[in-house]
Design a protein around this ligand. Structure first.
Ligand code: AHM
Ligand code: MG
Length: 330
């Protein structure tokens, strides 16, 4: 598509998306993009507006909320206010799923982490917003169980990365496309058409400070990637930003792997399945990459709870497969 293509123009040209639901993708992505624009501004101005630091409460999974966590959640919810297609939202910052619309058009559900990488807010490091859209299996009063669907059921997923520029990346089942926010015109403009994740890469992202707690297979994987072996491009380079969205974005563009394994204190790892890992796994797979729990495809995991956690390895197909092999060998 031509340079100068806006997100909304690109979305309306997506031909493969549910032929019986023309226009619905645009109506769902538009509020997300709007939230991304407002958030980019809020993050940019946060230090000047007294919006850095802790808010004072814990969220549903026990993290101390930053002021920007709370603000981000409000911004996303406000953006979808009045979107009659959206029945409800499950968010990292909401203890329960929230009803958004009771209209008979309300056929969709949003799973979101409004602010990924919260530990970065006060140090001017990258942040993200993650989103995944599911379809309701039935109509009528919304129940939390409706959100408990495998990632393979997502009809649209993506993220906004607030980094050196603000980029929105989405997939609706026909490739992965990236749009950079042109602040002058206030639009997300096509900048990364049809992102293809390299088959393998030489970068790994993980909090290796925790490696003593990892299971033997993951520790051996770390030994492998840090071992010197020029022909296979090892040692690999470590890049870890503290924001999964930013690390995954690097993997998608340059190849590599991000992993956050389980440890004895966190038997299912740290990251949440429904609104962090599954949407990003959907993006990775659509870009020709892979996502695994370490023991199998992440998109096949059936959630049992909205805030369920999962271990994850995500990125280039070969890197993820090798990680799985080390896990299997233990
Ligand atoms: P958050 O949603 O509270 O920010 O948590 C998710 C983040 C990821 O973006 C990041 O990769 C990871 O948690 C960092 O965790 P750690 O500080 O344990 O390395
Ligand atoms: Mg998060």
């Amino acid at each position: 598509m031509a340079t100068g293509t806006t997100l909304s123009r690109h979305v309306s040209a997506e031909e493969d998306w549910r032929k019986d639901a023309a226009g619905e993708l645009a109506s769902l992505l538009e509020p997300m993009a709007f939230a991304g624009k407002i958030l980019a501004r809020e993050i940019d101005q946060a230090a000047l507006a007294g919006k850095l630091g802790l808010a004072g409460d814990q969220n549903a999974t026990g993290d101390m909320q930053k002021k920007l966590d709370v603000i981000s959640n409000e911004i996303v919810m406000d953006a979808f206010e009045g979107c009659s297609l959206l029945a409800g939202i499950a968010s990292e910052e909401l203890s329960e799923a929230v009803v958004m619309s009771t209209s008979e058009d309300a056929r969709y559900l949003l799973c979101t982490d409004p602010l990924d990488g919260s530990s970065n807010t006060d140090v001017n490091a990258p942040l993200g917003t993650i989103f995944g859209i599911l379809q309701r299996s039935r109509m009528g009063e919304l129940s939390a169980e409706e959100f408990l669907q495998k990632g393979s059921e997502l009809v649209c997923a993506g993220y906004v990365l607030y980094g050196t520029s603000t980029v929105l990346v989405y997939t609706a089942g026909s490739g992965v496309h990236g749009f950079t926010l042109d602040r002058g015109v206030g639009e997300f403009m096509l900048s990364h058409e049809d992102i293809r994740c390299p088959h393998k890469g030489t970068v790994y992202s993980a909090n290796v400070g925790r490696h003593n707690d990892w299971e033997p297979g993951v520790r051996k994987y770390l030994d492998h990637v840090t071992e010197k072996d020029k022909p296979s491009g090892r040692p690999h380079s470590l890049r870890y930003t503290g924001a999964l969205v930013a690390d995954l974005h690097r993997c998608l563009l340059d190849g590599g792997v991000y992993f956050y394994p389980a440890d004895p204190g966190n038997r299912n790892g740290k990251l949440r399945l429904l609104y962090e890992c599954a949407p990003l796994a959907c993006v990775a797979e659509q870009a020709g990459g892979a996502a695994s729990t370490g023991r199998g495809p992440l998109l096949d995991v059936m959630p049992e709870a909205i805030h369920q956690r999962t271990p994850i390895a995500i990125g280039s197909v070969e890197n993820v497969a090798l990680y799985e092999r080390f896990m299997a060998e233990g």
